[in-house]
Ligand binder design. Structure first.
Ligand code: NAD
Length: 495
């Protein structure tokens, strides 16, 4: 059943890239589906001096390829109000409060407020404190805060930020975005595990050899060099997206599929991730930077020559590592993770490699192994599953062949399924925090990442390189080879 939500959004950073590319189109989709109707309004704020009319024109532009008629676009955009605002200026919050109260009244919103901080995290503390001090937090409806990544740059900075937020908002009012948690196939991990006895009953160290998670990007840093050079792949991808995927794969079945139960299990899984000592960091983690190379015949630059990147930059654009989870379920099962820019292919996939049959009855050569069963979860751009199985080749004799059982979402399904931000906004409107990261998850993730980062910062010589357009440095292959494994990559390209 479609229920309309009464809500006032205040979007800080309302003129920014995220707001224009993701938030406004997602709000429009929710509007089209009837989740937002008459009783909602949006205040966009940023430093620029814009009028309501100009702001509404921008809103209409951002949804131009979604709208069915000019009339609907105009009607939708009429709910948007612009307030020029410098977040550091306390007086500006007075105007914001006045506008919020007027809109609450005229749209009969009943005090439900959602504050979206779509701007640099440096401002998060100031904004939340001002929201409280200047009385923008309502007393009669819900108050929810959505914040974007990065949540701090290490455990200490994240803790300080968290304390600032918690002075004003309770944990259950804070919705920390990790947009990977809005992705269809990331959300599907729990369904595949817990709705299939065949899979969940084998989901342990008795049957699984290793689990591999690859988030590979074919693009370089593009125009984000300034930000990226200070962050690097470990902070940008591992601390959040990759460890979130690890926690969904590793968690115990929750008692119920509620946000509290699921997040409790994820927290427990992340707490069980082994923290390495400096020697173990060297053994278990590899970092590298992209060098010159080619992809599809085009010549590619090295990272140090990218715009806004230091010529002698030691920032890693690739990370591979082994994550160990000290639980009864996962003892002895490595979770290999890798992520990088300028890799051969763009794609995110999880490969669950099952243990081999104990004996190859199908070969004269006792040493010859059959390929293992591998469950691939394609996260993006392909969405779906495949299961690698061995079977008998048709014909005389007992020759085996290996094939994939596949279920790939059609291009139409992918195109019509809600975008991550739409789903996350919908969840937040409903007060469902399942697909947002709890502070305890953030804290455990940073503790794991900090140990690696500290070791790398002290020991700069470990950085290696890989050719642009490759799947990373040879050291990444060696990491698995020394355990007797190799990277598995299922190159499914949708037709
Ligand atoms: P952006 O630079 O495009 O926008 C920043 C916004 O903040 C602008 O509206 C700007 O006017 C406003 N702003 C800056 N200083 C201000 C001040 N003192 N007072 C009032 N307004 C001020 O940034 P973005 O790409 O939209 O990213 C916003 C946040 O979202 C960042 O935390 C970023 O890390 C995160 N994020 C962005 C994306 C994306 O696709 N753009 C993806 C993931 C996360």
């Amino acid at each position: 059943m479609t229920t309309e939500q009464n809500v006032l959004f205040t979007i800080f950073g309302g003129t920014g890239d995220l707001a224009k590319r993701k938030l406004y189109p997602s709000l429009y989709r929710l509007y089209k589906k009837g989740f937002l109707k008459e009783h909602f309004a949006v205040i966009g704020t940023a430093r620029r001096e814009w009028t309501n009319d100009y702001y509404r024109e921008i809103i209409k532009e951002t949804i131009s390829d979604l709208v069915i008629s000019e009339e609907t676009a105009t009607e939708f955009a009429s709910h948007f109000y612009y307030q020029s605002h410098n977040v550091n200026d306390a007086e500006h919050y007075v105007n914001l409060k006045k506008l919020a109260e007027e809109l609450d009244d005229s749209y009969q919103i009943n005090g439900n407020r959602l504050f979206y901080l779509a701007m640099s995290p440096n401002f998060f503390g100031t904004i939340t404190q001002q929201l409280n001090q200047q009385g923008l937090v309502s007393t009669n409806g819900f108050n929810r805060l959505i914040i974007e990544k990065p949540f701090g740059h290490d455990y200490e900075s994240a803790s300080i930020l968290n304390e600032q937020l918690r002075e004003v908002f309770d944990e259950n009012q804070i919705f920390r975005i990790d947009h990977y948690l809005g992705k269809e196939m990331v959300q599907n991990i729990s369904t595949v595990r817990f709705a299939n006895n065949m899979i969940e009953s084998m989901w342990n160290n008795r049957y699984i050899d290793n689990i591999q998670i690859t988030l590979s990007e074919s693009l370089g840093v593009e125009e984000r060099g300034g930000y990226y050079d200070k962050s690097g792949a470990l902070r940008d991808m591992v601390q959040n997206h990759i460890l979130q995927i690890v926690s969904l794969l590793a968690m115990e079945p929750p008692a119920k599929l509620t946000d509290i139960d699921i997040r409790n299990e994820k927290i427990k899984a992340l707490r069980a991730v082994r923290l390495f000592n400096p020697e173990e960091v060297k053994e278990n983690f590899v970092r590298a930077q992209y060098d010159v190379g080619t992809n599809n015949d085009s010549l590619l630059n090295k990272y140090q020559n990218e715009l806004n990147v230091a010529e002698d930059s030691q920032t890693e654009t690739f990370v591979a590592g082994k994550v160990l989870i000290d639980t009864f379920r996962w003892k002895g099962v490595p979770f290999y993770i890798r992520t990088g820019k300028r890799m051969a292919e763009k794609g995110t996939q999880i490969n669950v490699v099952f243990k081999n049959v104990p004996l190859n009855l199908f070969s004269e050569d006792v040493e010859e192994e059959l390929p293992p069963n591998v469950l691939t979860i394609f996260i993006q751009p392909t969405e779906g599953f495949s299961l690698q199985l061995n079977t008998k080749k048709a014909g005389i004799g007992l020759e085996t062949e290996t094939f994939d059982l596949k279920h790939i979402h059609s291009a139409e399904t992918v195109a019509n399924s809600p975008e991550a931000y739409e789903k996350l906004l919908f969840d937040c409107l409903n007060g469902d925090a399942t697909n947002f990261t709890h502070w305890d998850e953030v804290a455990s993730s940073w503790k794991f990442v900090d140990v690696i980062r500290n070791e790398w910062d002290q020991n700069k010589t470990d950085l290696t390189s890989y050719p642009s357009g490759s799947m990373g440095p040879t050291e990444s292959d060696d990491l698995l080879a020394k355990d007797g494994f190799s990277w598995y990559w299922n190159p499914e390209i949708p037709k």
